[in-house]
Design a protein around this ligand. Structure first.
Ligand SMILES: NC(=O)c1ccc[n+]([C@@H]2O[C@H](COP(=O)([O-])OP(=O)(O)OC[C@H]3O[C@@H](n4cnc5c(N)ncnc54)[C@H](OP(=O)(O)O)[C@@H]3O)[C@@H](O)[C@H]2O)c1
Length: 288
């Protein structure tokens, strides 16, 4: 397949290109194809004539979205709309990546693809608006929601905690938000499996298992052999600008219905990331 990828320099975009090597032809664009520019998007899709567009580009700064609402909606809603229009004109499907933040977090059990979104903060609302444009404009689309992403490319919680743990005696991490950490390389592989299967619709794609950020930090330190103390703090005490879902665990019912293997446990994925993939990536980057 010939795939046009947006957000190629982000966490997921980086891993999507890595796992596609030798399987599909991927033309990756990042800020060199501004998805908020409708004309540029339509021209690029028409010129490149791909079989599919994969959109991993996004405004992902959850707190920043609260103070820069326009920027968040421009990228996450308008950008998705532009890509959907480009795909509509070209007669090709779009795979659009979305988030667990489309849910309000008040549930006591994992959210399925058939549960009603009810985003609370600007980031979640802008991502849900993007989903609505995609589903409203196209007959053939994949909307793939994921959560708590970490990968070799870009900044993320795991990298931040590894650095903090190596520098400090203790860290304070929230213990009242529960979700599923997800390795972007695992997600990229699952996206390929879904694309190759060709069953359109909404998918929940996270690594299996769930934890709080506090528990995740303990796991990260244990895997990395870091002895730093992990103290609890509440979301309210931390006082971040954006509201966050208290519980955003998702169930991959679309995978279950099709008999597709769920993604492996986050603990196994985190071990592979910390012990193998991140050091290999850093060594490669250092040699450049
Ligand atoms: N990160 C998470 O924890 C998380 C959780 C759930 C869902 N998701 C979703 O998963 C997807 C991938 O996330 P990620 O963590 O890989 O994101 P990321 O690392 O922030 O990568 C997104 C990429 O898109 C680029 N971009 C921003 N605005 C753009 C524009 N107008 N035109 C073209 N490119 C633009 C960014 O460039 P700059 O960095 O220069 O802005 C960045 O390279 C997103 O849809 C996100 O909403 C992420």
């Amino acid at each position: 397949m010939k795939i046009l990828l947006t957000g190629s320099k982000g966490q997921l975009g980086t891993d999507f290109q890595l796992v596609s090597e030798g399987r599909h032809q991927v033309d990756g664009y990042d800020l060199d194809l501004d998805i908020t520019d409708r004309g540029a998007v339509e021209r690029r899709v028409a010129d490149a004539a791909p079989d599919l567009v994969v959109n991993t580009a996004a405004f992902t700064n959850v707190d920043g979205a609260e103070s820069d609402e326009i920027a968040a909606y421009r990228v996450n809603a308008l950008g998705a709309q532009n890509l959907a229009l480009g795909c509509q004109q070209a007669g090709i499907p779009l795979l659009h990546v979305s988030t667990d933040f489309v849910f309000n977090g008040d549930s006591g059990s994992p959210y399925t693809e058939f549960d009603r979104p009810d985003p609370r903060g600007v980031y979640g609302k802008s991502k849900y608006a993007g989903e609505c444009y995609v589903a409203g404009l196209l007959n053939r689309y994949y909307i793939c929601r994921t959560s708590w992403l970490f990968g070799v490319g870009g900044h993320n919680f795991v990298k931040t905690m590894l650095q903090a743990g190596r520098q400090r005696d203790s860290v304070r991490v929230v213990d009242d938000q529960e979700g599923s950490p997800t390795y972007s390389r695992d997600l990229a592989s699952k996206l390929l499996e879904i694309i190759e299967g060709g069953s359109y619709g909404i998918y929940h794609l996270s690594n299996s298992g769930s934890c709080t950020w506090n528990e995740f930090t303990r796991a990260i330190f244990e895997i990395a052999g870091i002895n730093t103390t992990v103290l609890p703090v509440s979301t309210a005490e931390l006082g971040r600008p954006a509201p966050r879902p208290r519980y955003s665990v998702m169930r991959g019912l679309a995978l279950e219905m099709q008999g597709i293997e769920p993604m492996r446990h986050y603990r196994e994925a985190t071990e592979e990331f910390i012990r193998r993939d991140l050091p290999a990536w850093e060594e490669r980057e250092g040699q450049r």
